[in-house]
Write a protein that binds this ligand. Sequence first.
Ligand code: FAD
Length: 477
Amino acid sequence: MSEAIAFLEPRDAVLSRRREIIEDLSELVPAGRLVHEPTALVPFETDGFIAYRRRPLAVVLPETTEQVAAVMKYCHRYGIPVIPRGAGTSLSGGAIPQEDAVVLGLSAMTRILDIDYANRCAVVQAGVTNLAISEAVGADGYFYAPDPSSQLACTIGGNIAMNSGGAHCLKYGVTTNNLLGVKLVLVDGTIIDLGGKHLDATGYDLLGLVCGSEGQLGIVTEATVRLLAKPEGARPVLFGFDSAEAAGSCVADVIGAGIVPVAIEFMDKPAIEICEAFAKAGYPLDVEALLIVEVEGSEAEMEAMLASIVEIAKRHNVKTVRESQSPTEAALIWKGRKSAFGATGRIADYICMDGTVPLSQLAYVLKKTSEIIDRYGLRVANVFHAGDGNMHPLILYNINDPEDAAKAEAAGMEILKLCVDAGGCLTGEHGVGIEKRDLMRHQFSDVDLDQQMAVRSAFDADWILNPSKVFPLEGRS
Ligand SMILES: Cc1cc2nc3c(=O)[nH]c(=O)nc-3n(C[C@H](O)[C@H](O)[C@H](O)COP(=O)(O)OP(=O)(O)OC[C@H]3O[C@@H](n4cnc5c(N)ncnc54)[C@H](O)[C@@H]3O)c2cc1C
């Protein structure tokens, strides 16, 4: 376990009242919805950023917005930090608690409240998983577009807090582009509604502000999300290249030509080998880099788009072009990509970095990334949403070796700085959390950060909502 990232000192005034707080909380949620025994708290100590863990004071798992509001009102009154949590799949430590905090888990709020095809939207509770929405409407020919690789587990509340993306977001946009409204519980327990079943709203775009606010402005208890009609057809195609640089340049040229496939995913050789060994997806093993390009529409539209993409790929000396010939083959191609993180976890511990660069810089940043990794004597597998410029170097290391862990973290921070210096940013879709908190000063000036913190303070003057996250601990206003 690593200790390079600092946490806030727990508040004695809260720790000393632990027993009393637990008794009070037990009256605010139904029986069985309060967790406080030390062993039962273990699963809530960390999230997908497993290098860090802290045991929370207690965990509450409310079933209704009113119960969430009651818990917030109580914690606000006594200055108790609250860590909102969905499924705990955050890769930046966004849901990691601290010793004096109550974890407010939304995982028991799993009801789909309304499916409204006339208005092309669904109203769901915050703990509904991302995939459950598409499953609920799939038979009627609809789907919910943002598709994180964790979609089987992650919740819509977590997606909203992180403004999550996924493979198909190149065409359809990320969470913020597919969100119409939320029910939000403010820090003092006030319940408000933002947006609704319509596009746009009058006044400040508070919905846009809440999406991506990492559980610091309020607790999302319900969401109204857009439903889209499924396309007539979709076809993923594999493109193999002799170098990562050629694949990166090809992506930039496809987008530069004004072509918008539904997805462009990148894998380098280590990632191809890892995923193929796990999923047996039929990936070519004689190439250095692979692109999965998915097109969709009618047969004629797909043919025309593919012809243009193949033409561009040829200019980059593409070695393999393999169209999926059946729905089974298409599903296998995606299975390989979607299981990349799990498949990598079979062979080593890893930190998944997440930075975004302008597409024209992809090839350069990939080359510099491998130089950084070599300098630290580590290994990396690159698998990411290339069409969005959203890079995910998976840095392999041994979590039980503190020196190795420190090297992996240092290399990761250099890579994120590289993304910023190349004109990109230090978050893609995984948020800042605790992981990238101290790099915020590399991306933003003090003036920029002060403005962001002023907004945060306007919602939560005492900073009790997810307090260790997003902003550097020093110089907070
Ligand atoms: C294998 C794997 C693959 C992944 N692939 C992707 C991917 O392709 N794209 C992507 O974007 N992410 C991906 N992620 C990261 C993660 O799944 C997303 O960030 C996801 O949105 C987190 O959802 P969650 O329900 O697990 O939230 P948690 O991890 O529980 O929490 C995440 C953040 O949201 C806050 N939060 C949670 N629920 C609420 C709520 N109801 N109200 C207010 N704040 C809340 C928490 O405080 C925390 O800051 C992946 C993770 C894993 C483990």
